[in-house]
Design a protein around this ligand. Structure first.
Ligand code: NAP
Length: 156
């Protein structure tokens, strides 16, 4: 998630974001899917983000890459359901890591250890879409339901 300035429109940065977050993830997901289908078992976890739920002004390519990853993981889940393979989409809010270190606001920030434990628990339960922490589920449900005119007024 490179920093993107308010007046910055860089194809180079956006392409790198999509390559790493989406194509990089798809490359691994395909390998994992083939391998797990052969064993007719297993759980694949994709790390998406709450950022995929709405197109925010801060980093359009990051939001877009995570929204596309959400759709890819959902499709994979449907593809693999009859093979005994589970696909879990983890959607963390801010996690205290190198990636989020320079971010101005980090609501409901949690440690990487806590995020990892919650993601692992969701994988064990086979939760299709796991918000991390779970508080983000109702928050994002509310934010997703905001009409554009209201969403545009928010500084997020
Ligand atoms: N931190 C958050 O607030 C947050 C919130 C929601 C979702 N997420 C998601 O959680 C996942 C892990 O992020 P993190 O928070 O753990 O961040 P992180 O500590 O900064 O780790 C990012 C990882 O991505 C790798 N990476 C970065 N640029 C890359 C590139 N160009 N090519 C290949 N690998 C690259 C890094 O590899 P090196 O170690 O080799 O540099 C590192 O392993 C990401 O998918 C992120 O979108 C994070």
């Amino acid at each position: 998630m490179p920093h993107v300035g308010e007046a910055e429109y860089s194809l180079e940065k956006d392409r790198l974001t999509v390559e790493v977050n989406l194509l990089g993830a798809i490359a691994w997901l395909n390998q994992a899917a083939e391998c797990f289908v052969r064993s007719q078992a297993g759980t694949i976890v994709g790390i998406s983000s709450v950022a995929g739920d709405r197109g925010r002004r801060g980093n359009p390519a990051y939001c877009a890459s995570k929204a596309a990853l959400d759709a890819y993981l959902e499709a994979l889940r449907h593809r693999l359901v009859r093979s005994g393979v589970t696909v879990v989409t983890a959607k963390p809010g801010p996690v205290d890591t190198r990636m989020s270190a320079g971010v101005r606001r980090r609501p409901f920030l949690i440690s990487a250890d806590r995020a990892a434990r919650q993601i692992l628990a969701a994988a064990r339960r086979g939760t299709p879409v796991a918000y991390v922490p779970g508080l983000w589920r109702p928050v994002m449900c509310a934010i997703r339901s905001l009409p554009h005119s209201l969403f545009a007024c928010l500084d997020i």
